[in-house]
Design a protein around this ligand. Structure first.
Ligand SMILES: Cc1cc2nc3c(=O)[nH]c(=O)nc-3n(C[C@H](O)[C@H](O)[C@H](O)COP(=O)(O)OP(=O)(O)OC[C@H]3O[C@@H](n4cnc5c(N)ncnc54)[C@H](O)[C@@H]3O)c2cc1C
Length: 463
């Protein structure tokens, strides 16, 4: 059977686009595991929606399970493969087909790297606001499949809010295409939303129409030191109101993490001393550089005088902006401090974050084998990341850490995934944040769109 399906795929799309055996040796399932050769029946490299469709038609007839590979930056094991699975990689679908300045849209194939979308929009005086640390590797199809969030959700929403049109291939090869540029379309169900955030389990995204916004003329930023969590919440509201709709980023970094991000092996120096419990990194995107800078300075001065904040460092140049934001984006510098690392991206109601993270940290500190606890996140979205450094990668320690972090979420109306998704790693915890009726409906959807369970089998749902 293996020989038959490989032959059929090679006949259909060309043997140079079907990699098998030794050709898989220098392929991998994740950018952080490039030293681990890919286990798979074969890896296919389609160059068009039609080729993805033909691959799926063949896989459907052989009941061949498939794993979809984008930029391989996910943090939940969702691109891992078994040796009997076939990989469809979108890496050759890299055309930016059009930038329509008047509609403010960009149409691209799914394999385009996020950073290339950002650069192309910029060439046209526009902005694609989706932004996160893995932008140089993550593909637009992967970002859509995971409904990625990142650093500017506060102002522009998640990926879901930035997709106007979508094309996807179903498990049986059917192409569902709705590549419209319109913002509003209430003609029955918004089918494209099904594929956004479904982590490749319902269809393979092949093209998208992305929403662009006017590029800002000014970017302001500051690092702020605060001692009380309640003041962080107060400061968020104060800055949001004071910056009159231009606040675009409000990142919170706990002291230990701030130290980790600004000491070896990080190349970055700390903009503020290590004297505060919390560090806020904020960003404003506006239209008048001078006025925006002055407004930021005035607001910070007042906040310092009335004791809401304890310290502030303002970015005065492009290099300051790069310096500040590289501290937040280069989370690798804390990952490198860990012997083994475990990542979390939980969602919590904003007012409860301070006390909950403190309680979790206290419990984690008591666990033998936990070496580092780094907490940071997009606090304006209620999304906190933990990176836990630990001495071994065993199940017992992993589960103990999971229990401490996921345990309280159900009672406080939180979520085990704010933005990274469920993949393989969080499947067992889905029921903490979704009702059984919701999970049942998800299972129905999966069965009706993919009755043979071919796409990313065993990921997200237990069917
Ligand atoms: C340093 C770093 C920082 C990050 N920061 C953030 C952050 O701030 N916010 C955030 O939301 N995420 C963040 N992430 C994780 C984020 O989810 C991914 O980076 C990105 O969205 C996934 O894109 P990808 O192309 O790498 O997809 P992959 O990792 O290749 O795939 C992710 C999932 O989508 C599926 N998939 C991929 N392409 C397609 C497609 N075309 N059609 C259907 N399914 C597909 C895969 O099967 C898999 O299930 C970060 C990751 C890293 C490494």
């Amino acid at each position: 059977m293996k020989a038959d399906i490989i032959q059929e795929l090679s006949d259909a799309i060309g043997s140079q686009k079907v990699l098998v055996d030794d050709a898989l040796q220098d392929r991998y399932h994740h950018i952080w595991h490039m030293d681990q050769p890919l286990r798979a029946l074969a890896l296919t490299l389609p160059e068009s929606t039609a080729e993805v469709s033909v691959i799926m038609k063949i896989c459907n007839s052989y009941e061949q399970p498939v794993v979809v590979h984008g930029g391989l930056t996910n943090l939940v094991g969702s691109t891992e493969t078994a040796s009997n699975e076939l990989v469809i990689s979108l890496e050759r679908m890299v055309q930016i087909e059009e930038v329509d300045e008047r509609s403010r849209t960009l149409t691209a194939e799914a394999g385009v790297i996020l950073e290339h979308v950002q650069e192309k929009a910029k060439e046209h005086g526009l902005l694609f606001p989706l932004n996160f640390g893995a932008k140089g590797s993550a593909q637009i199809g992967g970002a859509i499949a995971t409904n990625a969030g990142g650093l500017r959700v506060l102002r522009y929403g998640m990926t879901r809010n930035l997709v106007l049109g979508l094309e996807a291939v179903l498990a049986d090869g059917t192409v569902i295409s709705s590549m419209k540029k319109i913002v509003k379309d209430n003609s029955a169900y918004d089918v494209k939303q099904l594929f956004i955030g479904s982590e490749g389990t319902l269809g393979i995204i092949t093209r998208a129409v992305l929403k662009l916004v006017e590029a800002p003329n000014s970017r302001t930023s500051a690092f702020v030191g605060i001692n009380e969590y309640d003041h962080v919440v107060e400061f968020l509201r104060y800055m949001d109101a004071g910056l009159a709709g231009t606040l675009s980023g409000f990142e919170l970094i706990w002291k230990t993490c701030y130290q980790g991000l600004t000491t070896d092996p990080s190349p970055s120096r700390p903009p503020l001393p290590y004297d505060y419990n919390y560090y806020v990194l904020l960003e404003g995107l506006g239209s008048d550089a001078e006025k925006d800078q002055k407004r930021l300075e005035d607001l910070l001065e007042k906040a310092l005088i009335n004791g809401m904040i304890q310290d502030a460092a303002i970015a005065y140049s492009e290099s300051d902006l790069n310096w500040f934001w590289s501290i937040r984006e280069n989370v690798d510098s804390v990952v490198h401090k860990c012997t083994f690392d475990q990542h979390f991206d939980i969602s919590l109601p904003i007012p409860l974050i301070g006390a909950q993270i403190a309680a979790m940290t206290q419990k984690l500190e008591m666990v033998e084998g936990v070496e580092h606890i780094f907490a940071f996140g997009h606090v304006a979205d209620g999304n906190i990341h933990f990176i836990i450094g630990k001495e071994n990668d065993g199940d017992a320690l992993r589960l103990k850490i999971n229990d401490i972090i996921y345990g309280p979420l159900q009672d406080i109306g939180g979520s085990v995934s704010a933005e990274h998704g469920i993949g393989l790693h969080k499947k067992a915890y889905l029921e903490l944040c979704r009702t059984s009726e919701e999970i049942q409906l998800m299972n129905h959807l999966k069965r009706s769109l993919d009755p043979k369970n071919l796409l990313n089998r065993g990921k997200v749902l237990d069917i």
